[in-house]
Design a protein around this ligand. Structure first.
Ligand code: ZN
Length: 151
């Protein structure tokens, strides 16, 4: 593994990739979406339980894919549990910006220091354009899930 790749697979990503948090199905989910990254073969099935005050009471996922896609999804669930859907949307846009432009206006969305560390680890992926889709898959799936209420 060369140095760049070593940097990409920082400890935090490896850790989350190896033992993803909130990795299970959810029987009482209010929102659900399936995400697929055909470039790499990553698949994520995302579950949300959102209460009437638009607070994400629970969030979990299942799926299979590379360490980056699993780590990204795992970190995302940790960042969003207990947060409002408004916050989730803001974070989605911040992450999207982080990967698609040279600027990061992540400060605008009241991200905690812990979350910032997670996103910074993930942002190393920018050096490898083909892996960006792996890193953003969970977030795009989140966007779909927020708009996909189960009847
Ligand atoms: Zn991948």
């Amino acid at each position: 593994m060369d140095n760049d790749l070593r940097e990409l697979y920082q400890d935090v990503i490896l850790d989350h990739g190896k033992s993803p948090r909130n990795f299970h199905a959810m029987a009482n989910a209010t929102n659900n979406a399936l995400g697929h990254n055909p470039l790499c073969g990553d698949k994520i099935d995302l579950f949300l339980s959102i209460d009437k005050n638009n607070v994400i009471q629970d969030i979990s996922f299942q799926g299979a894919g590379c360490a980056i896609s699993m780590a990204s999804a795992s970190m995302m669930t940790e960042m969003l549990k207990g947060k409002t859907t408004d916050h989730a949307v803001k974070l989605f846009h911040a992450v999207h910006n982080m990967f698609t432009s040279s600027e990061t206006d992540i400060k605008d969305c009241s991200v905690s220091e812990d979350d910032m560390d997670r996103l910074t680890a993930l942002s190393g992926v920018k050096e490898f354009p083909i892996r960006v889709k792996c890193a953003t898959l969970a977030w795009h799936t989140l966007d779909s899930a927020l708009n996909n209420k189960k009847s």
